[in-house]
Design a binder for this molecule. Structure first.
Ligand SMILES: [Cu+2]
Length: 153
């Protein structure tokens, strides 16, 4: 009984293993599904840095879009504004940054086709120190939350 539980636990760990490059890991990556004809899409994940030096997320690339930029989102009165993060998004040593709806996010610009719920899209993220990290993003419905419902904070 105990062995069965352990194997199930290990299998669960493998299924949700984050993409890693040195001290940087990318957990719970997902893309928001897009409407037909949409030219941009949003990407989200939890990025952790267990190292002793700051790293910076600079952007990425993917086969399904012309470019992948890092954006911030802020409220300007009642208007939501998105801006590219200049110089990259800092991930502090021992810290983490959540890319999530309404906050920092990956912006897929020049989408070549709609992103369909349930499919998996590889985006190669580019960090200043960790370099290029290929990450498999799952396309989720618009109301999806970070962590796929396993994370409730
Ligand atoms: Cu954006």
């Amino acid at each position: 009984m105990k062995i069965q539980v352990s194997i199930a636990f290990l299998a669960a760990l493998v299924a949700t293993a984050p993409a890693m490059a040195g001290p940087v890991s990318v957990d719970s990556p997902w893309l928001r599904e897009t409407a037909p004809g949409a030219k941009a899409g949003g990407g989200y994940a939890l990025i952790r840095n267990t190292g002793k030096a700051e790293d910076r997320l600079l952007g990425g690339r993917t086969a399904v879009a012309a470019s992948v930029d890092v954006h911030s989102m802020t409220m300007d009165g009642n208007i939501m504004r998105m801006r590219p993060v200049s110089g990259g998004l800092a991930i502090a040593p021992g810290g983490s940054v959540a890319l999530k709806p309404g906050g920092y996010h990956l912006m897929l610009m020049g989408l070549k086709r709609p992103l369909k719920q349930g499919e998996t899209v590889t985006i190669t993220l580019r960090f200043a120190k960790a370099g290029e990290v290929p990450v498999r993003f799952r396309v989720e419905p618009i109301d999806h939350q970070l962590g796929g419902g396993h994370d409730h904070h």
